[in-house]
Design a protein around this ligand. Structure first.
Ligand code: LLP
Length: 431
C-alpha cells in the first residue's frame, strides 16, 4: 500500500498535489512519501514484534539522509556496504550498534573507519577479508563481531543480475566449507565470531528459495553451536520483492511466519533483517514531463525529460515500472500503445515499449511508480545531465531533500591541466 493517489483528478503524494511540487522544483524529480516509508517499516517490524529482531534498513536502496532519518526515528538500524553508506547512516542518526557492515569487498580503510566509529558488526565474505578485519581490529585494540556470509547455492529465481546465492556468484563462502572457516576465524585476534549471514538475492516473489536457504543457514547455526561457537546472530539478509505490476510477492506477515517456523527451538539468536526494496520501493515515484510526442512510421514515441541516467532499472534489468499521468485519465479515455523513452542517445534509453497510455501531449506530467528503491541512488550524469532533485512529503508539507545540481557545479568537477588552460579558458569564456 502506498500514499500516492488521485484526489479530485490529480495525483497527490499524501496531501500534496504532485503538480505543486513540479511547479516548485521543476522536472524530473523523485518524490518520497513519509507515510509510506513509515508504514512499510511498521508492517515489517510488527510482523516480528515478539522476536528479538534488528531491522537493518539496507541503505543502498535509497540512501538519502532524510529517508534514513525517517526510518531511524522509528527504530530502524542500517545495513551498509561502504564507508559512504556508513557515514550516511551515522549522519542520519542510526546508532552505531544498530549498523551492520556488509559487502564483498570492504577495504581496510573502510573497516578502520567503521571500527573507529563504533560500528562493530561485520558480515564477512571470504578468508582474506577475515584476515584483513582481524589485523585492522587488532591494530586498534578493539573487537569486531563477525558473521560469515554463507553461500547456500540456492537460486533466488529473480533476475540473473540480482540473484546472489548461487554457487557461481561472487558472494559469501560456500556453506560446505563454512564450518572449517569458522574454526580458523575463531583463532584470529580481534574477532568475535557470533553470527551466520545469508542473502540470496533481491526482488524475490516466492518464499520457497528463502525457505531452502534459511534451512541451510539454520542447520549451520546448530552445527557451529555443536562445534562450540557461540552463535547469537542470524542475519537473513533482504530480498523480499514488491509488486511493480502484476507480481504478488508474499507479504511481511507470511515471511515472518516462515521465519518463526524455521527458527523454532533456536534460542538465544537475534534475527537480523536487511530489507531495502520492500521499505523504500513503493514509497517513491519519479515525476517527468513529456517533451515531445513523435509519430514515426508505425510507432508513437513519448519522449520524456527523464532518462536512463535518472532511472536505470528498465535499461539494466528490463524492469517494468508503471507510468501514470498526473492528471487522472477520464473514465472513458482511450488507451493506445506508445513507447516511453528518454532523451539519452542510445536505444537502451527506453522505459517501456507498446505501453497502453491515455492521450499524452507535450508538457504533460507523468509518474513512474515504485521508484523509491534503486532509483536516485543509481542515477548518473551520463550525457552530462544533472542529477535530479529529491523531495520528501510528510502529510501536507514537503521539503527538497536533495536539490538539483547546476551546470556550474557539473563543469567545476573537472579540472583542465595547465597545458590546456588557454584553450579551455577561451571556450569557457565563450559559453
Ligand atoms: N543485503 C544485502 C547483502 C544486499 O546485497 C542487498 C541488495 C540487500 C540486503 C537489500 O535487498 P532488497 O531487500 O532491497 O532486495 N539494483 C537492483 C537491486 C540490487 C540489490 C543489491 N543487494 C535493482 O534495481 O533491482
Amino acid at each position: 500500500m502506498d500514499h500516492f493517489d488521485y484526489r479530485d483528478g490529480a495525483l497527490h503524494a499524501e496531501a500534496v498535489p504532485i503538480s505543486e511540487i513540479a511547479e516548485a522544483v521543476g522536472t524530473p524529480f523523485y518524490c518520497y512519501s513519509t507515510a509510506t516509508l513509515s508504514r512499510h517499516y511498521r508492517v515489517l517490524a510488527g510482523a516480528f514484534a515478539d522476536r528479538d529482531v534488528l531491522i537493518a534498513y539496507s541503505v543502498k536502496a535509497n540512501s538519502n539522509l532524510a529517508v534514513i532519518a525517517t526510518l531511524a526515528r522509528l527504530g530502524a538500524g542500517a545495513d551498509v556496504v561502504s564507508e559512504g553508506e556508513a557515514r550516511r547512516a551515522l549522519a542520519a542518526g542510526v546508532a552505531p550498534d544498530k549498523i551492520v557492515f556488509s559487502g564483498v569487498g570492504k577495504t581496510r580503510d573502510e573497516m578502520d573507519f567503521a571500527l573507529a566509529n563504533g560500528i562493530t558488526h561485520f558480515n564477512v565474505e571470504s578468508e582474506p577479508e577475515l584476515e584483513a578485519l582481524s589485523a585492522v581490529a587488532a591494530a586498534r585494540n578493539v573487537t569486531a563481531n563477525v558473521a560469515l556470509r554463507v553461500n547456500p547455492d540456492v537460486d533466488a529465481g529473480s533476475h540473473h543480475k540480482i540473484s546472489t546465492g548461487r554457487r557461481t556468484d561472487k558472494f559469501g563462502v560456500s556453506i560446505d566449507v563454512a564450518p572449517e572457516l569458522y574454526g580458523q576465524a575463531a583463532s584470529l585476534p580481534g574477532l568475535t565470531i557470533d553470527g551466520v549471514d545469508i542473502h540470496i538475492g533481491s526482488q524475490l516473489t516466492d518464499l520457497e528459495p528463502f525457505r531452502r536457504a534459511f534451512e541451510r543457514a539454520i542447520d549451520l547455526v546448530h552445527r557451529l553451536r555443536d562445534d562450540g561457537h557461540e552463535i547469537t546472530r542470524l542475519d537473513l539478509g533482504g530480498g523480499l520483492g514488491i509488486p511493480y505490476g502484476a507480481e504478488s510477492p508474499p507479504g511481511p506477515e507470511a515471511y515472518a511466519q516462515m521465519v518463526f517456523a524455521l527458527t523454532e527451538g533456536l534460542d538465544g539468536c537475534r534475527i537480523v533483517l536487511e530489507p531495502g526494496r520492500v521499505i523504500a520501493g513503493n514509497a517513491g515515484i519519479l515525476v517527468s514531463r513529456v517533451i515531445y510526442v513523435k509519430e514515426s512510421e508505425n510507432r508513437r514515441f513519448v519522449i520524456l525529460d527523464a532518462a536512463m541516467n535518472d532511472l536505470i532499472r528498465p535499461a539494466m534489468y528490463d524492469a517494468s515500472h508503471q507510468v501514470e499521468p498526473i492528471v487522472e485519465p477520464a473514465a472513458d479515455a482511450a488507451f493506445h500503445p506508445v513507447d516511453l523513452v528518454g532523451p539519452v542517445c542510445e536505444t537502451g534509453d527506453t522505459f517501456a515499449i507498446d505501453r497502453p497510455m491515455p492521450p499524452l501531449a507535450a508538457g504533460d506530467l507523468v509518474a513512474f511508480r515504485s521508484a523509491g528503491a534503486y532509483g536516485a541512488v543509481m542515477a548518473s550524469t551520463y550525457n552530462s545531465r544533472l542529477l535530479v532533485p529529491e523531495v520528501l512529503v510528510d502529510e501536507d508539507r514537503f521539503a527538497i531533500v536533495r536539490p538539483r545540481t547546476d551546470y556550474e557545479t557539473l563543469l567545476d568537477q573537472d579540472h583542465v591541466p595547465d597545458w590546456l588552460q588557454e584553450t579551455a579558458a577561451l571556450s569557457r569564456g565563450a559559453a
